[in-house]
Design a protein around this ligand. Structure first.
Ligand code: BDR
Ligand code: CA
Length: 303
């Protein structure tokens, strides 16, 4: 089993990524660290704890992470994910508490105790990961892989015309991480927006009537409706689930090695990624087999 630390800002699609990990026997979810992004970090931490409690999962530590980006003001996205971050389903408040530790410290300690065994799946702004790298630069020798949902490589962004939300929300952190020598795989909008989860997929999930399928069928209607309103599309993108899927079955994706520069000047290019031969090469997913992915995802959500 691959040991996974999930670092994200739950968030509807972050929640889907967590559930995909829980449903995958190939993975052992050994910790969840939260970061301010889609919602503030307290809300995101409550969401992670509530999801685990709702699914009656015990013994996965949840650590409350960075409450704001490194330098920039926090800009949350409740209009996309609902006031509670989970499609306004108001899950009961959790009884469990986060572990009182810095997220970056938790990640460093876990990696040092399991050298070359830990994969981080990061699905929010990269603030915690940048802090990890700054305080422990040698960690790159001990991480198995860092899989990041973020960025737009050959297509326009989703928050500005050139930038994707996770990178734009803390581009200074993204610069530290993406221009480092960490063993990174990037799962950008190029693949996550190449197909959508449809209402027919959602109906199939709902019919399974398991705790996970019930949770998904409560969360997703809001997300589908907002996608329809904001982008005039049917169905919804489930970005973060693709990053978790990569950790399970990388053959779903076609990748290329490229270096990327992250633009951090405070102008209209803030958060843009530029392909660069000068930067250390990272693995970038540029295509996904969407039919195979959807079957894989729905099957795991209904079992
Ligand atoms: C990313 O932004 C967030 O809103 C989603 O959770 C995902 O991680 C997509 O741009
Ligand atoms: Ca996210």
């Amino acid at each position: 089993m691959k040991k996974i630390i999930f670092d994200g800002d739950p968030g509807i699609d972050d929640a889907l990524a967590i559930m995909l990990a829980l449903q995958s026997k190939e993975l052992q979810l050994i910790g969840i660290t939260t970061v301010a992004g889609n919602v503030n970090v307290d809300r995101g931490t409550l969401n992670a704890l509530s999801i685990l409690e709702y699914l009656k999962i015990e013994n996965i530590p949840v650590v409350r992470g960075s409450e704001k980006p490194l330098y920039k003001e926090l800009e949350t996205a409740e209009f996309v994910h609902g006031q509670d971050g989970l499609g306004n389903i108001n899950l009961p408040s959790p009884k469990t508490q986060p572990i009182p530790q810095l997220a970056s410290e938790f990640i460093i300690n876990t990696i040092k105790n399991n050298p070359n065994e830990v994969t981080i799946v990061a699905t929010g702004p990269l603030t915690n990961i940048a802090k990890m790298l700054t305080s422990s630069p040698e960690i790159s020798n001990d991480i198995l892989e860092l899989i990041i949902m973020g960025g737009a490589v050959n297509i326009p962004g989703n928050v500005t015309s050139v930038a994707e939300y996770n990178i734009w929300a803390d581009a200074e952190a993204a610069k530290i991480v993406l221009e480092s020598d960490l063993p990174i795989t990037l799962v950008p909008l190029d693949v996550t927006t190449s197909f959508r989860l449809t209402t027919a997929n959602l109906y199939e999930i709902k019919k399974a009537n398991t705790p996970i399928s019930i949770l998904i069928s409560r969360m997703l209607p809001y997300y589908i409706e907002i996608n329809q309103k904001l982008r005039n599309i049917d169905g919804c993108y489930i970005h973060d689930a693709l990053a978790m899927a990569y950790s399970i079955d990388p053959t779903l994706f076609t990748t290329e090695m490229m270096g990327l520069e992250v633009m951090v000047n405070k102008n209209e290019e803030y958060g843009k990624l530029i392909i660069s031969k000068e930067k250390p090469p990272l693995k970038i997913c540029l295509k996904v087999n969407s039919q195979r992915f959807l079957r894989f995802f729905v099957d795991r959500m209904i079992k």
